[in-house]
Structures are given as structure tokens and as C-alpha cells.
Design a protein around this ligand. Sequence first.
Ligand SMILES: *Cc1c(COP(=O)(O)O)cnc(C)c1O
Length: 374
Amino acid sequence: MSARPTWVEISLARLAANCRAVKQLIGTDTQLMAVVKADAYGHGAPRCAQVLAAAGADWFGVALIEEALELRADGITQPIFCLGGAWPEQAETVIRHQLTPALFTIESAAALNHAAQQSHQTLAVHLKVDTGMGRYGVPLADLPAFLDAFSPFEHLRIDGLMTHLANADDADHAHTNQQIAAYQTAWQMMRARGYQPTWQHLANSAAAHGHATARGNLVRVGALLYGLTGDVLQRGLPDVNVQPVLSLHSRIAFLKTVPAGVTIGYGATFTTTRTSRIATIPIGYADGYRRDLSNRGVVLIRGARAPIVGRVSMDLTMVDATDIPAAAFGDEVVLLGEQGAATMRAEELAALLDTVSYEVVTGISARVPHLYRS
Ligand SMILES: *Cc1c(COP(=O)(O)O)cnc(C)c1O
């Protein structure tokens, strides 16, 4: 059976090229942790991780232990770092699958230490300090007490010190520089207590690009690998040579000519002002094509832009194809990506939606099948 023609295309060639571009940016003294959380930002973690591994990713980063297990099941043997740490109940799983968790609670440390002891191992963890992001991480002021509480855990080894930067894409570097300085204070505090972590990591995509001093010896890069840049990187700096990996496609499923004065879609929020050719596209908000794009979004047909008219509904979206006279039943519609000279980037849709490109690509729902192109 042939499926509804609405699909995501993933260019594995671009993903590999982006990975090589990021490696070039960070140089040979810094390792690359390819962040593949949230199903590789909606791109499909299993296939993307294979390609990124072949293109030189040294580590993989995930948010959840569950995501790490998927990678192990897919045969990923590289170190897997769990950005969100481990719940105490997940300690045995962490040991069994040789995962490396971020650590920022004594509760998790106790559980991980116990699980490591049970299996006669020492588990490497990376201590996360909060230097100004305000979410996970031991606050700098609490670090001495945390290390005191940590010292009995003989089956854990702090092999990395990490922090996360809140606005590394900002042209004003004041907050980032403060965070970097706080990180360095934490590092010295650790060293003074005799810890010698191997890994120093602070940088996401924006910091890896715009703050060379924050690279440490490991960077955690997601967005850049997928070719997201416009609302990710600090503006005004030299570009990184990456291209969008994901595109979103459908076809014209229905096309009709209507007179002026006809309303389109739920709520009758759009009324034609001329004789119009209205195309119906089989994609809607249940596919992650957000309802906020109603009367606002733009799609590409025959290399030209066509505006969305009326409300995006659950499964269908209407566009005004009047100015594309050649548009015909079955024509391919590009909702994200390139068609001829026309482009619709995730960054542009994000701006229309008052959000970030990350949310656009991770929001595409599981109902939309993925087609991988090498
Ligand atoms: C998601 C995430 C990253 C990757 O950020 P990008 O902007 O996609 O490069 C890095 N570090 C942490 C802690 C994250 O949660």
C-alpha cells in the first residue's frame, strides 16, 4: 500500500558534511559530542547517529537514559553522555549499558555508587555545575558541600566538569564571560581538592562557534549538525559551512477554483477577495505543522511561495495557489526545505511562530514518515 504523500526527507550527506564542518571549526584538540536527544532533533536518532559516528563524532549526547538505550540497541559503541543525569531508579541501567551521566544530586550519586559497587565497577560521571543557566547543576556556592557529601562514594569517579551557557548566541558577552569565569572557579576548586577530571565542557553550538575559550576539550553540539544556524548562532561572526538536513514535503491533494467572497477553513477566518485557486495539502497540526501558521505560513509549489489561507486543521492545510497558474493536482509541496530557487527554512517558520528552529524540527510528529537519502 502506498502511503499518504507527506514525508520528511533527511539528507545524510549533508549531515555528514555538517559534522565534518563542525570538526573543522573546533579543531583537533577538542572532541565532538554529537547531541542526538529528542530523536536527533526530530531527524531520527538511529540513522543519524550511525552517520555521525562514521563522520567522526567522538561522543553522543542524549537527554534521557531511555534515549541512550535506543542508541546502544542500535549498536552505537561510542561513549554516551546523558545530559539530564540519571534518576536513582536508573542507576543499574546506567552501569549495565556503560553510560556516562551528568551528576548534580547526591541522591543519584548514592544510587549510582551503590549500583557500581554491586557490579564491582567504578563509574565515570561528569559533575554539572550551574554557573548561570538556573536549571540542572550544583550552584557554585554549594560545590564545597556537594564534594564533601560526594567523597564517600568510592565507586564513582568524577571524570568531567561541565556547565551549560544560557546565552552564548548573544552579541553581549557579559553573562557568558561570567559563566566561563564561574566555571573556571569551580575547576580550580575541584583541582584544589585533588580531583583531576579529564573532560571540560561548557559549549553548545552557539558557544562552540562564538566563544573559542569556552570549548574546553569537548563540545556538545546539536543544532549546527542539523544545519540550524539563523536563530542558533551569534550574528555577525563568520558563518559555519553547514546546510539544513531536514526537509518536509507533501503534495497537492485537491485543487479548486472559487470566486471572490468564499470562506476557507474552520472559523471562516479567510475570505477570498478574487477568483482564487485553493490547494488542499494533506498535512496538519497533528503532523506538527503548527496551527499558529494559520493565515501566516508559506509553502513552496513549483519553486514559488504560496501563502496559507484559513486555519491549519488537524490533517489538512489550504494554500492560495492563484499566483502559480501551472500548479496542478499531485504537485510536490515543500513546507520546509528548498524547491528551485525558493527556500523555507526552519528559522523562518520559527520566526513566524515566535519560537526557535529547534521547536519546529522537534515538533514534527511521529505520524510523518522519514525518508533517508544518502
Ligand atoms: C541540547 C543541549 C546541547 C546542544 O545544544 P545545541 O544548541 O543544539 O548545540 C548542549 N548541552 C546541553 C546541556 C543541552 O541540553
